[in-house]
Design a protein around this ligand. Structure first.
Ligand SMILES: CC(C)(COP(=O)(O)OP(=O)(O)OC[C@H]1O[C@@H](n2cnc3c(N)ncnc32)[C@H](O)[C@@H]1OP(=O)(O)O)[C@@H](O)C(=O)NCCC(=O)NCCS
Length: 160
């Protein structure tokens, strides 16, 4: 895998992912552009062996915690562990920057995302009713990444 810091030149590819990944509450080109330039954001992307940008994830780093804001994988490349690997890279970079925990919100009906987060070690800590609109609730999840308690070998297994 090739994980790299996304740049403004990657915006077209990121917008194609965004449009493929979300039916509602899509982020605009301006929003993604702001992610790519904000000093407190860590935007990592994943290029496949053919050089195609097939996944992106953005995290806000504030004080000693990270807030995972968005992750999306190209539909034809899902189920291959790409999100798990990209997020592991993002988590370890956040840890190297001094973060001791990661937080995120996920819609409780989003099975694939819940599966990825659970495999990475995230645990539910709260539920927000109607967070994404009427009847669409969010689960708040947390992953402690203090260097003494979180390492690539535990609890994550990384496929080669
Ligand atoms: C969520 C998402 C990023 C996962 O990407 P991915 O590369 O397919 O994820 P992985 O291959 O690493 O893992 C997929 C997991 O979901 C599971 N999965 C796939 N479809 C599923 C479903 N319908 N219900 C439950 N789990 C499912 C897979 O079995 C796998 O779990 P495992 O690791 O226990 O085997 C991808 O589905 C996506 O881009 N969705 C649209 C955008 C989105 O919802 N983003 C998250 C909120 S910002």
């Amino acid at each position: 895998m090739i994980v790299f810091h996304a740049q403004e030149g990657d915006l077209d590819a990121i917008m194609a992912l965004e449009e493929s990944g979300f039916d509602h509450a899509r982020w605009s080109r301006e929003s993604w552009g702001a992610e790519l330039t904000a000093p407190d954001r860590q935007v990592l992307a994943y290029r496949d062996a053919e050089g195609v940008l097939v996944a992106v994830a953005t995290m806000q780093l504030v004080d000693d915690f990270g807030d995972l804001l968005r992750v999306v994988v190209a539909p034809e490349r899902r189920g291959q562990g790409i999100a798990r690997k990209l997020l592991l890279a993002s988590i370890l970079m956040a840890q190297a920057s001094g973060a001791v925990r990661i937080l995120l919100e996920v819609e409780e009906e989003n099975g694939p995302a819940l599966s990825v987060y659970g495999r990475l070690g995230f645990s539910p800590i709260d539920r927000r009713r109607d967070y994404y609109g009427a009847g669409r609730h969010a689960i708040v999840m947390e992953l402690p990444i203090d260097a003494s308690s979180y390492s690539p070998g535990s609890p994550v297994e990384v496929a080669s």
